[in-house]
Design a protein around this ligand. Structure first.
Ligand SMILES: [Zn+2]
Length: 283
């Protein structure tokens, strides 16, 4: 499932394929991907040229001339792919923009959990899914803010970090990977977090994003984690396999209805007494 790194790569590719190019024809199927809008809204992109793409967490906002915009969320299986002139379209294509040179950019989404929302760019910016997003962790993470938010929640660290209002773009994979890198138990409550642990967590989130970006930054097409694909993660989808650090089998548990993967040894919680003593020593 696409998370921040995959969406960042997708936006770089779309920029590369579309920036400054005029759309000759645009077509969308009537599916729940464009729910609430008719296909003619999408078709009205014809004649416009892409001027900018911004990414906010897992959302992409494409801006065209004339103030026209397109908001894209890849859902679970969404992917933008380029089709060269004369090439056949692949299956499950839900929307297509055709360029003057005969090439086309297809939005493919077998499971239809993605979203394409058409409108004026200014209006799309005001939509609640975008407005509710926390800061994007790709550039930098405000540790004070993160610590303030996490240390006031009774939720588990895993669930709190999945909340897009805390940081935008983190999902199941990045959160499992970051908590492992930070040696934090995903079941711990936010309130138990020490300031130095939040610092470790912020570094770990950045490292997990960087590692995914490095893995995925190939010219095209992008590959997400798919069943049976190659797994380059430290803990994600590695239940029962040995931890790369200590050889303890990686465990899987379900939090908030989603899988979490972690090493029960590297990510063990310190005993209460030791934690209290350390908190006192730091105070
Ligand atoms: Zn371990």
């Amino acid at each position: 499932m696409p998370e921040l790194p995959e969406v960042e790569i997708a936006s770089r590719q779309l920029r590369h394929w579309l920036l400054g190019k005029r759309i000759a024809r645009a077509r969308a199927e009537r599916t729940r991907v464009i729910r609430g809008q008719g296909p003619q809204r999408f078709a009205a992109l014809a004649g416009h040229a892409l001027s900018d793409i911004e990414r906010f967490g897992k959302w992409m906002l494409l801006s065209f001339d004339g103030g026209e915009g397109l908001l894209s969320h890849l859902g679970m299986t969404g992917k933008w792919i380029r089709r060269r002139p004369g090439e056949d379209a692949s299956s499950h294509v839900r929307a297509t923009v055709q360029l003057d040179d005969g090439s086309a950019i297809d939005y493919r989404d077998p499971r239809l959990f993605g979203r394409l929302v058409r409108g004026k760019t200014a209006a799309l910016r005001q939509l609640s899914p975008l407005r509710a997003l926390g800061p994007d962790p790709l550039e930098e993470i405000d540790v004070d803010r993160l610590h303030d938010l996490l240390s006031r929640t009774q939720r588990s660290l895993k669930e709190a970090l999945m909340d897009q209002r805390v940081l935008a773009g983190l999902g199941n994979i990045l959160v499992s990977e970051a908590l492992h890198r930070a040696r934090l138990d995903p079941r711990r409550r936010g309130t138990s977090l020490l300031r130095e642990e939040t610092e470790r967590l912020a570094d770990a989130i950045r490292e997990a994003i960087r590692a995914s970006l490095a893995e995925e930054d190939s010219p095209e097409p992008i590959t997400y984690v798919e069943e049976g694909g190659e797994n380059f993660f430290l803990v994600y989808d590695r239940a029962g396999q040995p931890c790369y650090t200590c050889r303890t089998p990686i465990q899987r548990l379900v939090q908030g209805g989603r899988s979490t993967f972690f090493c029960p040894f590297c990510q063990r919680t310190e005993r209460k007494g030791a934690q209290r003593r350390r908190k006192r020593a730091l105070a």
